[in-house]
Design a protein around this ligand. Structure first.
Ligand code: SF4
Length: 211
């Protein structure tokens, strides 16, 4: 049975996109194909604006686990008296470098609902319950359908118009964080006002200080 390299597993509220505010367990896989995660490599990264630490296994409940061990962690964390099944968001890094049908099957056997947040460069295995794809400039995006597309904006080399006919249920524009956040918010508001297909996604977990 394969083992998966997991940075952290923690309980929170989803901060952005269509499921904003929903209780979720974040399962963060280590590693990404668009950056090593090391600051000294940022200048040569394909994706240069990342603010996530996805290196190694040193986060909350991080480690190298098989599928059953991951399921056990999730069932341990989810409120025991809940009347809803566990909901997890597989993220990274790039979760699709590791998440496979073997793990999906084990999680589904435990009645765990599975969402992913992917950069769209990897094939999606069968069985994912919610696909959120966030394209990055200068990549070949192979995930052209799913549940939500979320474009971090403005992003040099990405024009949302190029994605507006893809097969997604929700189309989100999300202001790029960083020193230009205030002007980026204004740019995104203007974009959504002029292109009603696109909705504004705000990183509420940062505003509200939700870990
Ligand atoms: S694709 Fe996602 S995880 Fe990878 S470097 Fe970019 S923002 Fe970070």
């Amino acid at each position: 049975m394969p083992r998966y390299t997991v940075k952290e597993i923690y309980y929170t509220l989803q901060g952005e996109g269509a499921h904003t505010g929903r209780a979720a367990i974040f399962l963060r896989f280590a590693g990404c194909n668009l950056w090593t995660g090391r600051e000294e490599d940022r200048h040569k990264a394909i994706c240069k604006f990342c603010d996530t630490d996805f290196i190694g296994t040193d986060g909350i409940r991080g480690g190298k686990y098989d599928a059953h061990e991951i399921a056990t962690h999730i069932l341990d964390i989810w409120p025991a008296d809940s009347d809803t099944h566990p909901y997890i968001v597989c993220t990274g890094g790039e979760p699709l470098l590791q998440l496979d049908e073997a793990l999906i099957d084990v999680l589904h056997e435990k009645n765990i609902e599975i969402a992913i947040e992917t950069n769209g460069t990897q094939r999606v295995p069968k069985g994912i319950d919610w696909i959120c794809m966030s394209p990055k400039a200068n990549t070949e995006v192979v995930v052209q359908k799913g549940d939500e597309i979320k474009i971090v904006y403005p992003q040099t080399g990405i024009d949302p118009d190029d994605f507006s006919n893809w097969e997604f249920k929700h189309f989100f524009i999300q202001p790029m964080d960083g020193p230009s956040l205030a002007s980026n918010i204004k740019i995104c508001i203007d974009y959504c006002s002029q292109h009603p297909r696109w909705k504004l996604s705000v990183q509420t977990h940062k505003l509200l200080n939700i870990p």
